[in-house]
Design a protein around this ligand. Structure first.
Ligand code: C2G
Length: 131
C-alpha cells in the first residue's frame, strides 16, 4: 500500500486544484492533503486567503479521492508531517520544483506539471475587474 501526501492552500478552489489532487491520488492508495493555514498563507503571499482554512479543509475533505486532511502550519514542518502520515511519496505542482528536495531522504518527491492558464490570483483579478 502506497501513501501519498501533498500540500497547498487551495483557495478559491478551481480545476487546477482538482487536477493535481486527482493525479496525486493515482500514484498510490491513500492521499493525505496538508492545507496551508491562513497564517502560513499570509507569510507566503502577504495576504490572507479569500476562504478561511476551515472552509478550505471542508472542501478538500469532501473530494472522493482524498482520504485525510490536516492544517499545515509551517513549510519547515514538512518532514514531521510526512513521518506522521507515513507517506511514501510527496507530490507538488512544478511551481515548487526543487523546493522540497530536502525531504527526499525520507520519501520520494515528485513535481507534476501545473494546469496551464488558471490560478487563484488570476481569478481574483478577473472578478475584481468586473464592473
Ligand atoms: N496547482 C496546479 N495548477 C494550477 C494551480 C495550482 O497544479 N493551475 C497546484 C500547485 O502546484 C500546488 C497545488 O495546486 O501543488 C495547490 O496550489 P496552491 O493552493 O497555490 O498552493 P500553495 O499556496 O503553493 O501552497 O507546502 C506547500 C504549500 O503549502 C503550497
Amino acid at each position: 500500500m502506497k501513501r501519498i501526501i501533498t500540500f497547498g492552500t487551495f483557495d478559491v478552489f478551481h480545476v487546477g486544484h482538482i487536477n493535481i489532487l486527482e493525479r496525486a491520488a493515482q500514484y498510490g492508495d491513500h492521499l493525505t492533503v496538508g492545507v496551508s493555514s491562513d497564517a502560513l498563507n499570509f507569510s507566503k503571499k502577504g495576504r490572507y486567503p479569500i476562504y478561511p482554512e476551515s472552509d478550505r479543509c471542508k472542501i478538500i475533505r469532501s473530494l472522493k479521492f482524498v482520504n485525510e486532511v490536516f492544517v499545515e502550519e509551517s513549510l519547515e514542518f514538512k518532514k514531521k508531517y510526512i513521518e506522521k502520515c507515513n507517506a511514501d511519496i510527496l507530490i507538488m505542482g512544478d511551481d515548487w520544483a526543487g523546493r522540497f528536495d530536502w525531504v527526499n531522504e525520507i520519501c520520494q518527491v515528485i513535481y507534476l506539471p501545473r494546469t496551464p492558464s488558471i490560478s487563484t490570483t488570476e481569478i481574483i483579478e478577473v472578478v475584481k475587474s468586473i464592473k
